[in-house]
Design a protein around this ligand. Structure first.
Ligand code: ADE
Length: 264
């Protein structure tokens, strides 16, 4: 997957992308992240990217021209597979098929709420373009005539879209087949099954007198699977009961939940 990120602060992304699973995904060619500074596409000696809003009021608004110019350049390069423009330090990206149209996603608190389902939807694309807003906002014509999707990572306001873009990259990248170690490692994640995950334990068997549940040490695969399922149901019921309404539940699951409810 190729992800282009347009931002005024590309340096904010470097350390996160250069560590752990995301670094490995780029090294093995499953993920190519290209960072672009919107300022590079601003005109004039001072490369101005923001101005006060028409009609007055506080704050500054990102101008449309540099954002349009940046997106158009990025689309052009991506469609050419970055043949001429690959720079040292950029992650390698395989040439893409002709004229793909990636979603142009603006990160904004006004967007649709990001969740695991949206992450899965985006993980099915081969190319994403993320646009990070800043300051008070950006010129409305960017929303109306350029972006094709708007995403919010939650009902709170950040100083810009950069952290939100990083959240999207992380959640999406780990769903690309092969990025996580075991082929099915993302399948049991909290939210992937519609339930929260149950508890995990590792060695030592006893730590400060707190012991690992007997069933996990039993080696009995079917009992362990059932115990894990019940723990996930219990945790979801306790913490996010509304998720149970949409989760795919078996008759056995329902019986277990009925027992939990009786014990209330
Ligand atoms: N930019 C500022 N706040 C944001 C949020 N909650 N989600 C996405 N982008 C943002």
């Amino acid at each position: 997957m190729r992800i282009d990120i347009l931002t005024l602060f590309p340096e904010m992304f470097s350390s996160y992308l250069a560590a752990s699973i995301l670094q490995r995904a780029q090294e093995v060619g499953l993920l190519a992240v290209h960072l672009h500074n919107i300022r590079d596409y601003a005109a004039g000696k001072h490369r101005v990217t923001d101005e006060p809003p028409y009609g007055g009021g506080g704050g500054m608004v990102l101008k449309p021209e540099p954002i349009f110019a940046a997106v158009e350049a990025v689309l052009e390069r991506g469609r050419q597979g970055d043949r001429e423009t690959r720079r040292q330090g950029d992650s390698p990206s395989p040439p893409l098929p002709l004229s793909p149209s990636p979603p142009l996603i603006l990160l904004t608190p006004q967007g649709r709420l990001f969740n695991q389902r949206v992450a899965q939807e985006l993980a099915g694309r081969e190319w994403l373009v993320l646009i990070c807003g800043r300051y008070e906002g950006l010129d409305e014509r960017v929303r109306q005539h350029l972006v094709t999707d708007e995403i919010s990572i939650g009902d709170y306001v950040l100083t810009g879209g950069e952290l939100a873009a990083m959240v999207v990259v992380d959640a999406v990248a780990r769903l690309i087949p092969g990025v996580l170690g075991a082929a099915d490692a993302a399948q049991e994640d909290s939210h992937a099954t519609g339930l929260l995950e149950g508890p995990h334990y590792t060695r030592p068997e006893s730590f400060r007198g707190w012991t690992v549940p007997e069933v996990l040490r039993s080696g009995h695969a079917a009992n362990i699977a059932r115990w894990r399922r019940e723990q996930a149901l219990r945790r979801t019921w306790q913490r996010r009961p509304e998720l149970l309404l949409a989760a795919a539940l078996t008759e056995e699951d329902r019986q277990f939940l009925a027992i939990l409810a009786e014990g209330m």
